[in-house]
Design a protein. Structure first.
Length: 109
């Protein structure tokens, strides 16, 4: 796993946990309870459990994290690493496509 992958997945997990922690807090408030009745660690653990149980949410946050990194909102170093990773992935996939075409054409002869 490259550094760009680690940054993106870490950012996605953090975004998901922060968003869900806020949802947990809102839920507590709607029930008429005070946030001070709960430890921050409890709220965070509930959010973490929810993230782990819902892979679709992780994928959504992964896409959002990529957008944020590419926009430079999470640091220029992360932005540069992700752009390099995406361009190398694009080159690798196009070379695989070229090999597939040449194999198919050689089989046709």
């Amino acid at each position: 796993m490259s550094a760009a992958d680690i940054r993106v997945t870490s950012a996605a997990k953090v975004l998901a946990q922060l968003g869900l922690a806020n949802m947990v807090k809102d839920h507590i408030r709607r029930r008429g309870e005070k946030l001070s009745a709960y430890k921050s660690a409890e709220i965070t653990s509930w959010a973490r459990l929810y993230v782990e149980d819902h892979p679709a949410l992780q994928q959504q946050c992964l896409e959002e994290a990529k957008k944020m990194i590419l926009a430079g909102r999470l640091g220029k170093r992360a932005q540069k690493a992700l752009r390099a990773k995406l361009s190398s992935d694009a080159q690798a996939s196009s070379s695989c496509f070229d090999k597939t075409i040449s194999v198919q054409m050689s089989d046709a002869k």
